[in-house]
Design a protein around this ligand. Structure first.
Ligand SMILES: Nc1ncnc2c1ncn2[C@@H]1O[C@H](COP(=O)(O)OP(=O)(O)OP(=O)(O)O)[C@@H](O)[C@H]1O
Ligand code: SF4
Ligand SMILES: [Mg+2]
Length: 381
């Protein structure tokens, strides 16, 4: 790791006040814009060279949209995305092609993200062809190297995606993402479509590649145990905005935003004894629609702390800024200093045992083993 994304270092990536809105249109012939889905709504984020930033939040909080905007698969509505000094959001389509080599995405579903009609060799070589890197012969040897780097065999280049399992396909997706030697990879839930037994291998592969290739990583996951394992810093999103960010251990040990407190309390602990004695804070209701964002603090409709404090008006009327609350720890809550007080059971929050949960909890946290050696077919040991 060369540097962190803290305030002083010049970061690899600096996203400032990024908005990605999807227009809502009505009318059969003359489509009128009647509103917008504000999937990302004013996000500012820094990622240092070689740094791993974990991105967490409930389904619909805008993680994928943010990731896709960073790799320019979604053009932003406004804001800047500066990668190593160049604002990607301001580039014209032609100029973007060159910059795309520097930031790549690994997708959640290795079954739909690989073209079934192309051989693995062609899939991995595709970015090299598009960007006119090397000739046919040099590409073949680059593909062989990449396949071996991700734990597959050079000969696998001749095969087709349907000849591989999910874990192996994800390795192929990672090889393709590495082909152009990017500085940053956005990995959007790279293991959630895989069998539990394979997940640790792919995580460990990403961790190893990050170290070996000096890659920065934005790692999106629902599994907080995995995020804690791989991330230098963690960023918590709610309804299109960042509500908390900080060094991973600091956020996990001392969460300040009531939403982060709820997310962490819903995350199962691997030790069954500890887990059975633990109380869980269960948020009621679903995340609101990003087409109709609550006023003031957008979490106020579900906030247990607000209720505990007697529903102060400021929560409903004033947007809390993301402010520094300590070294490398920021939070967007008017009352973040009060999150350490005991949590009562109330209409917005239920303190329950594990089996009674209503919260859409992330899958169970598992300790991630040290790097497992893939077998001949690139999978479990
Ligand atoms: N192309 C689109 N058009 C309209 N709305 C969209 C589009 N893409 C995403 N959205 C909406 O934007 C919001 C954020 O979606 P996004 O996929 O970024 O969330 P997420 O945090 O990645 O969720 P998950 O954890 O389920 O993957 C959702 O309400 C989603 O329905
Ligand atoms: S500002 Fe108010 S509603 Fe928002 S998180 Fe803080 S206490 Fe809850
Ligand atoms: Mg997503």
């Amino acid at each position: 790791m060369r540097a962190q994304g803290g305030a002083s270092a010049s970061p690899l990536l600096e996203v400032t006040d990024l908005k990605v809105y999807f227009p809502i249109r009505k009318g059969l012939v003359f489509k009128r814009t009647v509103g917008a889905v504000k999937a990302v709504d004013g996000v500012s984020l820094r990622v240092g060279f070689g740094e791993t930033v974990g991105l967490v939040g409930e389904s619909g909080s805008g993680k994928t949209t943010l990731g896709r905007a960073i790799v320019q698969l979604n053009r932003p509505t406004s804001g800047t995305i500066v990668l190593d000094g160049t604002d990607l959001a301001a580039l014209k389509a032609k100029e973007l092609v060159a910059m795309r080599t520097r930031v790549q995405m690994v997708f959640q579903d290795p079954f739909s993200s690989l073209n079934p009609r192309l051989s693995v060799g062609n899939i991995v070589a595709e970015p090299l062809v598009i960007h006119k890197v090397g000739n046919a012969e040099s590409r073949r040897s680059t593909v062989a190297e990449l396949l071996e780097l991700v734990g597959l065999q050079a000969d696998d280049a001749r095969k087709y995606p349907n000849e591989f399992s999910g874990g192996q396909r994800q390795r192929i997706g990672i090889a393709r993402a590495l082909a152009l030697k990017p500085q940053l990879i956005v990995a959007d839930e790279p293991v959630s479509a895989l069998d539990v037994s394979i997940q640790a291998q792919i995580i460990n592969l990403l961790v190893r590649l990050r170290a070996e290739q000096g890659l920065a990583l934005i790692f999106v996951a629902h599994d907080l145990g995995v995020v804690r394992h791989v991330s230098d810093r963690v960023v918590v999103m709610y309804l299109g905005t960042i509500v908390e960010s900080g060094m991973t251990e600091e956020v996990f040990e001392r969460p300040l935003h009531p939403y982060t407190v709820a997310l962490l309390s819903a995350d199962p602990v691997p030790d069954p004894k500890v887990e059975s004695q633990r109380n869980r804070l269960v948020l009621k209701g679903d995340i609101p629609s990003p087409a109709s964002i609550p006023s003031g603090c957008r979490f106020h409709t579900r906030c247990w702390l607000r209720e505990q404090l007697g529903n102060p008006e400021i929560c409903e009327h004033e947007v809390p800024e993301l402010r520094e609350s300590g070294p490398a720890h920021s939070v967007a809550c008017h009352f973040a200093e009060d999150t350490t007080t005991p949590v009562p059971a109330s209409s917005h929050v239920a303190v329950t045992g594990r089996d009674e949960g209503e919260f859409d909890a992330p899958p169970s946290s598992r300790p991630v083993d040290s790097l497992d050696r893939p077998t001949e077919n690139g999978e479990s040991t």
